[in-house]
Design a protein around this ligand. Structure first.
Ligand SMILES: [Zn+2]
Length: 390
């Protein structure tokens, strides 16, 4: 990373007029860039070309129209950089650096969560008290060979345990386990289908990766920006649509009509949203609220199956806990949308949050928080439906 930063220091320069125009913040940023400009003359031809024409950070007014998305962020833009330099700029400071890394780190976190969930191998074996259990081994590997089932999370286990106790089901807890053991009263059924949960995880990772790539490379050209923004919108749509899958599939496991209706509706809605986002007018800055409203409507349609779930299963602790996580997810996403659309805080102090703290960075953090809350809901759904099918 250090060598890459050095490379970018050598190749990046900034116009003196731009530097003078920057009233704040990040004195270190300016000195770093000026250092690069003063000392970068000894590079090769490519670096020279880059220095002379492309790889400089510019102000908002110097941007071509396709990069002018937020007039409250005044400086540190990359404009029409070559692909290689745009890629390497992931390791340099500019106004998209944190946008790139928030979702790239989020992608790797969800990748780790997916691997963890995938390695929780379903197990079936006999246990004391003649109870047969079905479940997943703890992803930490602890107690892999003896345990019938460990929980996916402490909260999920607690919920499942309460439900079992309420139903007078025999349970056996391995004393050395840190997580609770959840057993099924019947060995006739295997673990419930996992694909809705993995579909959600894939949808989340796709969204985070597309977003990160878009922030990193959209500065390359108008065509790249057009394509990457479409992929970014498709990623957001994918995240919203796949968030419905665990909710609907596991809640209405025994109600094929409702399950098909809700899954079909949100999938069609999502496909329509992707189609609309292909229209060039969709990315017009003045349509920021329309974009936000489209995604809010998609997310809000999740209220229907959630209310339906509470009407049917309101007495079950799993339904209450999953609804709690889903409400938390909704609050995070809604806060993210409000921040995204209002462009707070940079609208209050234009130029002050160019590098750190502008609305899009907050939006990214809130998206990850919402997705993580929904991941926990998914774990509870799995615990619920592993032990209680139709
Ligand atoms: Zn973004």
């Amino acid at each position: 990373m250090a060598s890459t930063v050095t490379l970018l220091r050598k190749t990046a320069t900034i116009r003196m007029s731009d530097v003078a125009a920057v009233a704040s913040p990040a004195t270190t940023m300016k000195s770093l860039l000026m250092e690069g400009g003063n000392g970068g003359g000894g590079g090769g031809n490519v670096a020279k070309r880059c220095c002379e024409r492309k790889c400089e950070l510019v102000g908002y007014d110097a941007l071509p129209a396709f990069l002018q998305h937020n007039e409250f962020i005044l400086h540190y833009y990359r404009s029409e950089w070559p692909l290689k330099e745009a890629l390497l700029s992931a390791f340099a400071l500019h106004n998209e650096t944190i946008n790139v890394w928030t979702h790239l780190i989020g992608f790797f976190v969800f990748l780790a969560l997916t691997v963890c969930a995938a390695t929780m191998v379903p197990m079936e074996t006999s246990v004391p008290h003649s109870v047969t259990s079905t479940g997943l081994a703890n992803c930490t590997g602890k107690g892999n060979h003896r345990v019938l089932m460990t929980s996916y999370s402490t909260s999920g286990a607690a919920v499942a345990m309460q439900a079992l106790i309420r139903r007078n089901v025999s349970i056996y807890v391995e004393p050395e386990l840190t997580a609770a053991v959840v057993l099924s009263s019947s060995g006739e059924h295997g673990p419930v289908e996992r694909w809705p949960f993995y579909t959600y995880l894939c949808g989340t990772m796709f969204c985070l990766l597309m977003s990160s790539g878009c922030h990193l490379l959209a500065c390359h050209s108008e065509h790249a920006s057009y394509v990457l923004l479409r992929l970014d919108y498709a990623g957001i749509t994918g995240l919203i649509v796949t968030s419905f899958y665990p909710l609907v599939y596991y809640t209405f496991l025994c109600d094929p009509f409702s399950r098909t209706l809700y899954l079909g509706s949100i999938t069609v809605f999502g496909a329509a949203a992707v189609a609309v986002s292909l229209l060039p007018v969709f990315e017009a800055p003045e349509l920021r609220w329309a974009r936000a409203a489209l995604f809010v409507c998609m997310g809000a349609s999740g209220l229907v199956p959630i209310v339906h779930k509470m009407l049917v299963f309101g007495a079950r602790p799993e339904a209450v806990v999953t609804t709690g996580y889903e409400v938390a997810m909704g609050v995070f996403y809604l806060a993210g949308v409000v921040v995204y659309a209002t462009r707070v805080p940079e609208r209050w102090m234009p130029g002050r949050f160019d590098l750190v703290g502008h609305s899009h960075q907050l939006f990214h953090a809130l998206v990850i928080a919402g997705a993580y809350a929904h991941y926990h809901a998914g774990l509870v759904y799995l615990s619920w439906r592993d032990m209680d099918k139709c």
